[in-house]
Design a protein around this ligand. Sequence first.
Ligand code: PHE
Length: 357
Amino acid sequence: MDDLRDKYLTAIADAGDEAALEDLRVQAVGKKGEISLKMRELGKMTPEERQVMGPKLNALKDEINSALGARKQGLADAALDERLRTEWLDVTLPARPGRSGTIHPVSQVTEEVTAIFADMGFAVAEGPQVESDWHNFDALNIPGHHPARAEMDTFYMHRAEGDARPPHVLRTHTSPVQIRSMELQGAPLRVICPGRVYRADYDQTHTPMFHQIEGLAVDKDISMANLKWVLEEFVKAFFEVDGVDLRFRASHFPFTEPSAEVDIRCSWEGGTLKVGEGDDWLEILGSGMVHPKVLMAGNIDPAAWQGFAFGMGIDRIAMLKYGIPDLRAFFDSDLRWLRHYGFSALDVPTIRGGLSR
Ligand code: PHE
């Protein structure tokens, strides 16, 4: 017994890998292993002999099994240490140029627009995508019976049966962030609010989820003239041209009075869009002076403060600036499209460093 014990414990300690350990296990305690055969001999012994030998053999078997287990764990630990020693990588190395990802045009344009407005003193504000019916509609002077509600193709959230409260909605525009910003900060106020919005619509120029960016400025003595200047500065900076003609066209939104849609001068010569020249006009945003009822909904006194607001489609101005023909491709996650239209991750748009390069 002592010889057997020494023989196997030494061999286990010397085993160099899992396969060698498995061989030893079969040899010692496998079905036909040396120790298993010895245990079979117990049947031929006298009861007295068996009383002594039985427990001894069992103890030996346990000892060998636990030595096998311990050695196996030791080998695994050593293997892991070896991997950790050889497979390290330097996370501070720069990305390999051919293998870095690209920034999606929506992210790029959001950064560009944000940089331009930040330069004019606007802070970024955000609101929830699942929005209360009140913030998305009522507070923006769109009461329950208003036709704009029907026109917006709203996605409604589920309410438990018997719950009479109006259901939340997937926000149909970024305008509810106007209300939230006023509630949170009061006047004076200058924010831009980029984010996702949702409408049940799908074709070459509409997807059920898209992106808008909202602007809101509330202060004393604010007028349409301020709105016009800010938008002209924005369009020049965004399209990276020296001068642009903008056309303010009278329009209607429930949350602004007066309201204007803004068109930009462009040409379609040769089938490609050029901004700033030509005889065509392209609508790029909606805007106006904040309706007094909207200021009141945001707890701001319309007798003391005025404001202007505007909203535009980020995807839409990305398509215009970068000549991307189909909106739906924005959300296909096609790697070839992303490589073609994507932007370098390291070129962060700034006013002074350049927006798009
Ligand atoms: N919320 C409007 C839309 O989604 C855009 C807009 C914003 C118009 C702010 C005027 C003022 O079409």
